[in-house]
Structures are given as C-alpha cells and as structure tokens.
Design a protein around this ligand. Sequence first.
Ligand SMILES: Nc1nc2c(c(=O)[nH]1)N[C@H]1C(S)=C(S)[C@@H](COP(=O)(O)O)O[C@H]1N2
Ligand SMILES: [Mo]
Length: 341
Amino acid sequence: MTFIKGISKSAPWKVKESEVTPESVFKDRRRIIQAMGLGAVGASIPGYVQAGIFDLFGSPKSTTPFKTIPLAFHSNPLFSQQEGVTPIEKVMSHNNFYEFGTGKSDPAENAQGFNVDPWKLVVDGEVERTLTLDLDDLTKLIALEERTYRLRCVEAWSMVIPWVGFPLASLLKKAGLTDKAKYVAFETLYDPEQMPGQKSRLMGGGIHYPYVEGLTVAEAMNDLSFLSVGLYGKTLPPQNGAPIRLVVPWKYGFKSIKSIVRIRVMDKQPPTSWNQLASHEYGFYANVNPKVDHPRWSQATERRIGEGGLFSAKRIETELFNGYGDQVAELYKGVDLRKYF
Ligand SMILES: Nc1nc2c(c(=O)[nH]1)N[C@H]1C(S)=C(S)[C@@H](COP(=O)(O)O)O[C@H]1N2
Ligand SMILES: [Mo]
C-alpha cells in the first residue's frame, strides 16, 4: 500500500474541523472547583460527575517539569492537520501509564523526574542486523515527520494528538526481517526505582511488568504504524512515553506502548500485558470496533476529551478501526473481528 491513494482533503486520517477542541474549557480549573464548593472530591459524587471532575485536575503538579526539546521535522502532508487537536494541557495531563500510577493525573504528577538519558532501544530477534539505538539515534537516525492521529482508549475516551516520529516500518527495514518474522514484540523499560507502579501491585494496577505489547508483522509494516518521539513539536513528556513510544491509531490505546527499550521480531505471537491480565476483556488485536463491546461497557461511542463541557462530556460515535479502515481493513479481510478482538 502507498500513501498516494489517500491524498485528498477527506482522507480519513484528516481530522474534521468539527472535532476542534475548545481550549476555554481548561482555563480556571481551580476557580471552577472552588465555585462549586468541591474542595475535596468525595465518594458521594455520582460516578459520571466524578469522572468529569478528575479531568479538572489536569496540570502536572511537579515544580520541576521534565524538559522537552524542540524537534526538527517535516509535516507529513498526507497525515497532518493542525485543526482539531486536543489541547496540549489535556494530552499531557490525562494519561494512562500505570508504571506511574493508575489515576489519570498520576503519570503527569509522578513521572517528571523520569531519566531517559542514557536510553537504549534494541531491535533484535528475527532480523538480519540487531540494532542498538541510543537517545540521540531516536531523533536522528530516521527523518522525523509530524502526523495528527486520533487516539481511542479502550475506556471509551479519545483525543487527537500531533505526534512527531517516524514509521515503524522504516526502523524494521533498517534491521531487515528474516523470513521467519511473523510478529513484533515491544517492551517498556523495567526500572522499579524510577517507576513506582512497578514496585507496588496496587499502584501498578496488577499488571505484570515490564509492560509488553505486540503486532503482527503486517500490522507493524502498515503505513500507519508509527514510533513517536515527540508531540506538539517537542520531544515526548515522560507521561506520554518518553523517549519513544508506539502509536497504532486504529487499535485501542493500550496497544500504543510507551517508553520502549526493546523491539523483538518473533516467529510466534508474543504475550501482551492487558491480555495477560484479563484475556476475556482485552484481546491481542484490540482493533477499535463500535460493534464489539467490552464485557463491561459499550464501545459504540466515545468521550472526546476536552469537548462538550465539564459535566456533559461530548460523546461521538466510535468508528470501525477508529476511522482508519481505508488503510487497515485489508489486513483483516475474512477475519472474524468478534473472535479475534
Ligand atoms: N508502558 C505503558 N504503555 C502504555 C500504557 C501503560 O500503562 N504502560 N497505557 C496505554 C493506554 S491504556 C493508553 S490509552 C495510552 C495512553 O497514551 P497517552 O497517555 O499518551 O494518551 O498509552 C498506552 N501505553
Ligand atoms: Mo487505554
């Protein structure tokens, strides 16, 4: 597949203007809370309201925020669109990164001291050449581009994020796949000293660390599969997966593994963290699909973070493959998406 057939204003990965997120929503969070008399968020507040309130506590509390550095990149005209992106404050404050705690604001609060230098990313397994990349290589080995993708969490919320990075396929081609290559496994850093969620079963949400993920080789080589080293034009903040994370926008967010230290090409399907934790709820494929519900909630709609006001979060229809069907549907031709969820 090439990019060419998708060049058009209506290319599905281009985010519509109607998806523009109002920034005013995020101003004066504390003032609003005070005005409501909600000094402490109590258990007496109904769940749906509480979820909205937690969104108010967005900003990182650390006094010494992690330093992000401006990146040189070209905008990929086939993927990039400036309108409709989720405000950077939201992208950096509403996160899932259980290594730093299970609360949405935990990663922003607990990860600011995360040390990514030195970093080592190894690409090995069924490859012709094992690659070892250091921190510098991550932004210099392959020309960086910007792509604005939707991110749909399995928890039925979503964002639109301008990533900076390079296609996963470009890196895999540098390593060269052997003819036994069938799957690609990914592994997050294991460093309990830096990642408190890896020390405490409670804080880490019961996940068996290191966090691991996987794709088929066909999925990994798809044009959409992206390794991100930045967002909003700068290197990644730690809460978003510094210094390098995967972005597979047609799959639920948990596939987009953060802070990767190893990419291992394999001949067998690798284990994946959420599937290991609850295999009846989280499959290996995890393609976004409004017709295949999570056992405990519907996947038909999603809450677009930052839109629709505080207590009446705007819900939008969830699209099959998160709207990227033109690019990826062919990968699943004849596959029972209900069985291989
Ligand atoms: N290592 C690691 N990667 C992870 C997670 C995690 O807990 N640990 N959470 C995943 C989930 S559930 C989602 S929705 C996305 C969130 O990415 P964001 O915080 O940059 O929006 O990261 C994914 N990658
Ligand atoms: Mo998620």
